[in-house]
Design a protein around this ligand. Structure first.
Ligand code: NAP
Length: 283
């Protein structure tokens, strides 16, 4: 199978999204790419020396349903179809649960959950009509594993995973495939001050989280994952029919996810005797 021709990618002005768009344009694909700033997106692609003839840059507020609908409609009208929709936009947030404000929770879920849902509500009818397409939701290994200080980010990614698992079952009969991408640490802007959000106020009660934040900031620039290789793997997988739902990117991601499954299996084994106690007795 050849690379699908028309892509819609969110969060494209930097990192993995930018690398995806750069490679897709180089391969001759049509690309509708969203950013909060179309100018920033154009500048980033100019820096990358990309041929933007087949690019539709779109300034979109993902939390705004009408804005997203307009963007998806513009993409479908410009290119006549939608083969792959990549929900990539996202950002990190590091704080203790009790330091996380209601507004911070809403802002994160607006991007990671509401925004993805807005894109899908707009794009799925186009794909159903075509009877083909693929949804690629960029989660994280932190969509499977949650750690102190990462509660809000993980809550968003866990929610994305739950929605995506359900979606895969719903759309299979319409010829639409679904991929859940789970990267480990990738050398993008993710841990840089302009991407990684922090709480406005912190307490003195979580020194381990402050150390964790400092450690992560220091990691910026030496993460294991190469975004160019990550984007290439995502593009390659998009042509594979019947691939597994989860695409794990990075040996770190694979190790963390495996440890989570092992811990979950041990937890379930420990509960095997007590769980049935709440069943109604057999009649
Ligand atoms: N890098 C990692 O270690 C890593 C690991 C696991 C998962 N991920 C996931 O991979 C995806 C891409 O991240 P990245 O590593 O490429 O990070 P990045 O370099 O910081 O790029 C993130 C992209 O997401 C968009 N974005 C950020 N905050 C947004 C907001 N509030 N509203 C709308 N869009 C927003 C940005 O779009 P614009 O600025 O163009 O609007 C930007 O292009 C994210 O979903 C992230 O959670 C990354």
């Amino acid at each position: 199978m050849t690379t699908p021709t028309t892509w819609f990618v969110t969060g494209a002005s930097k990192g993995l999204g930018l690398e995806l768009v750069r490679q897709l344009l180089a391969q001759g694909a049509n690309v509708a790419a969203t950013s909060r700033s179309a100018d920033r997106l154009r500048a980033a692609l100019a820096d990358a020396d990309a041929d933007t003839t087949r690019l539709l840059p779109l300034a979109v507020d993902l939390a705004d349903e009408a804005d997203v609908q307009r963007a998806v409609t513009a993409a479908a009208e410009r290119f006549g179809r939608l083969d792959v929709v990549v929900n990539n936009a996202g950002y990190g947030y590091l704080a203790a649960v009790e330091e996380t404000t209601a507004q911070a929770v809403r802002d994160m879920l607006d991007v990671q959950v509401v925004g993805v849902w807005n894109v899908l509500r707009a794009a799925l009818p186009v794909m159903r009509e075509q009877r083909s397409g693929r949804v690629v939701n960029v989660s994280s290994v932190l969509g499977l594993v949650s750690l102190p200080g990462w509660a809000l980010y993980c809550a968003g990614k866990f929610a994305l995973e739950a929605m995506t698992e359900a979606l895969a079952g719903e759309v299979a009969g319409h010829g639409i495939e679904v991929t859940l991408v789970e990267p480990g640490y990738f050398r993008t802007s993710f841990l840089s001050p302009d991407s990684l959000a922090l709480p406005e106020t912190t307490t003195d009660h979580y020194p381990q989280i402050r150390r964790m934040v400092a450690d992560h900031r220091a990691l910026q620039g030496s993460q294991l994952g190469d975004p160019a290789r990550g984007a290439a793997e995502i593009i390659a997988r998009a042509s594979v029919a019947g691939a597994p739902l989860r695409q794990v990117l990075g040996s770190d991601s694979h190790a963390y996810a495996t440890a989570k499954v092992d811990a979950l299996r041990a937890n379930l084994a420990a509960e095997a005797d007590s769980a049935p106690r709440t069943d109604h007795p057999a009649a």
